[in-house]
Write a protein that binds this ligand. Structure first.
Ligand SMILES: [Zn+2]
Ligand SMILES: [Zn+2]
Length: 327
């Protein structure tokens, strides 16, 4: 499935298949857009708003501290893979959050909404079993233990000013609700990116979300307790600082890489941040978390992880937030 995403993204951006994943080798985007205006170059990227998504506030239209010309240069450079760096892990481990810790540092690891919690929620939403004898905290512990058994690192984060500073965690019930209400818009967006979610897959994922929303006590009242449970089970904790300054979603399909947030800031300025989604790692997580040997179950979990990421972006992000593919 993610091979098709890769191919479609390549088609989408007009870049050619490259044998090398070396960061900084692709310059096609830069040369292709150098003669276009700001408006034209911006129009090449899809936005959440085009899919009737993006009910949050994070996005370029809510900013007055940004130079539009620099912004477009940044999008093009990111899309060309100029900020891709290698990672060790093969499943999502840290959050898509664009911020860094107080030293300006982020762990170099595959990213998804909520870090390891993306696998917790995606694994739950994509699961076929309607087990109601487990709650969110137990599911978190169970998932992390399973990932550890398979040799993976796990991770979560907070920030320096909130009780639960990870939007994917603090708003998890809202994100489940969003999936039940907006499945068709969310699936239209993934479809545009080459991931087709079938009618029966949508039905199954929506039903699972509804089951959890109606399961008394499934979601922890104290959202920070989920982050704590993850830490207690061995997840590495990052404390991020400051406000959200994300200006886009970097959708990365280059296997074995992520996007270097610190390098983006040093090039364009401290207020230039991006959400980073390492979509290439979703299929690996689905394979390792799937409790059946069934390939269809694995596919549905990978798609549920994708939906959890898109839904999180839609809840936190503004309609103006563009998706910048790195193929
Ligand atoms: Zn987060
Ligand atoms: Zn905050």
């Amino acid at each position: 499935m993610f091979e098709s995403l890769k191919n479609l993204l390549k088609h989408f951006t007009g870049s050619q298949e490259s044998a090398s994943a070396t960061p900084g080798t692709s310059t096609q985007q830069e040369t292709a857009t150098s003669s276009t205006t700001d408006e034209e170059s911006n129009a090449q990227y899809i936005t959440l708003g085009q899919f009737n998504l993006g009910i949050g506030s994070i996005g370029p239209d809510n900013r007055n501290d940004i130079d539009r010309k620099i912004l477009n240069e940044m999008y093009q450079a990111i899309s060309a893979g100029l900020f891709n760096v290698p990672v060790d892990g093969s499943v999502p481990e840290i959050c898509v959050d664009g911020r860094t810790d107080k030293s300006g540092y982020r762990k170099s690891a595959p990213c998804a909404a909520g870090g390891t919690l993306s696998i917790v929620y995606g694994g739950d939403l994509g699961s076929n079993s309607a087990a109601t004898d487990i709650n969110e905290e137990q599911l978190t512990t169970q998932t992390i233990n399973k990932l550890k058994e398979k040799g993976h690192q796990t991770g979560v984060h907070g920030d320096d000013h909130s009780d639960c500073g990870c939007g994917a965690c603090s708003k998890a019930p809202t994100i489940y609700q969003h999936i039940t209400e907006r499945i068709n818009d969310l699936a239209s967006l993934t479809n545009q990116l080459g991931i087709n979610i079938t009618g029966s897959e949508k039905e199954s994922i929506v039903q699972q979300a509804k089951n959890r929303l109606s399961q008394a006590g499934f979601f922890a009242e104290n959202r920070a307790s989920i982050i704590q449970a993850a830490q207690d089970t061995g997840a590495v904790y990052e404390e991020l600082t400051g406000q959200h300054n994300e200006l886009g979603i970097a959708l990365n399909t280059r296997v074995g890489t992520t996007v270097d947030r610190s390098a983006i800031r040093s090039k364009y300025g401290p207020q230039y941040d991006m959400f980073v989604v390492d979509a290439w790692a979703f299929g690996n997580a689905a394979k390792d978390i799937n409790s059946t040997a069934n390939g269809e179950d694995e596919q549905r979990i990978a798609k549920a992880i994708t939906l959890q990421n898109v839904a999180t972006a839609s809840i936190l992000g503004h309609g103006s937030l563009p998706i910048i593919p790195i193929a």
